[in-house]
Design a protein around this ligand. Sequence first.
Ligand code: GMT
Length: 390
Amino acid sequence: MRIGITCYPTYGGSGVVATELGIELAALGHEMHFISYSQPFRLTGRESGIFYHEVPVSNYPLFEFPPYDLALASRMAEVAEYYHLDLLHVHYAIPHSVSALLARQMLAQRGKHLPFVTTLHGTDITLVGMDRSYLPITRYAIEQSDGVTSISQYLKDVTVNNFGITRHIEVVHNFVNCDVYKPFADEEARAQARARFAAPDEFLFMHLSNFRPVKRIADVVQIFARVAKQLPARLALIGDGPDRSTAEWLANSLGIHDRVQFLGKQDRVSELLPLADLMLMPSEMESFGLAALEAMACQTPAIATRVGGVPELIDDGVNGLLFPVGDVDAMAAASIALLRDPERHQTLRKAARKTAQDRFCSTRVLPRYVEFYESLLSNAGTQAKGELSS
Ligand code: GMT
């Protein structure tokens, strides 16, 4: 198939899922075309079978708000026509599904059918989509999509209940490549790589996000500060975003700045996550929690919050631990207890990896997307034939 993908190219889960999907599908022989305002951050530009099409946005002085959605729609239609795309897959409903809808209409006028799939990721529904000014158009674009997928059952339920959507939504969970995200095979190599962040007798905590308020970075620092009073430990934070300086300030004022490293945005998180003993994900909301899945695949269990779709991934006490939002005392106490019990810690580590392998490995999840595309294309073919013969 020839597939167009549009996503937010910057640091964030929806862009990661879209990019990893493109990489995996290209490896299966599909031709993938990314259409976005910049190259998605996990693409190198050297992958075979993957093409990137930039969307130029005019910043004519009259435009106080440059119309990216329109530029994107034009580019989608152009790329679809020139490269004979079979379908478009847009990640994050706003504004991508609206642009895809416009592109489909533009091409229909020229006798070409370009079906599109919208994948709902979370904040497009839970935050942005519920803003009254975005709600009607988001609902319309979801309804008009040829296919809709959601990255968790939770998100599907919220979309149905809050948007009153009755059309079919297919749940296709987030996935991880378990051959890339994996524990070190060799303990010595792990110890060597880990030495950059922690001494052999220190525990290493990690956090990975885009540092938005919904991630509650201050809670990450607060949990770690409590742990560091009881145990020799270090914290490495991967990512960047609006709440980074608050976190830096907090680490300083709590007197733990020398135990905390801000690593900024990192390309190859698969090389960092297996170094950690625990992952902290105390988010206010997660429709799924891809960062925790990536850590789990590396045998690093997560201390997380019982929100949104997280319980679809983390089975409390089995492959990670879940807590109420904001309960930093409980999260710290549980981390300390777990790390003081190496046997239990090891059991959780193994279970975390097993969950990723058995349920969320790309080899299991990817065929679901391929089947979804195929059924959509065969329905579109049947419909087109029906229209022709009637
Ligand atoms: O969490 C973010 O701020 C990023 C956001 C995105 O759309 O880029 O992540 C959402 O999509 C991820 C991939 O599908 C999910 O794993 C995250 O749970 C979800 N984030 C939220 O729901 C807050």
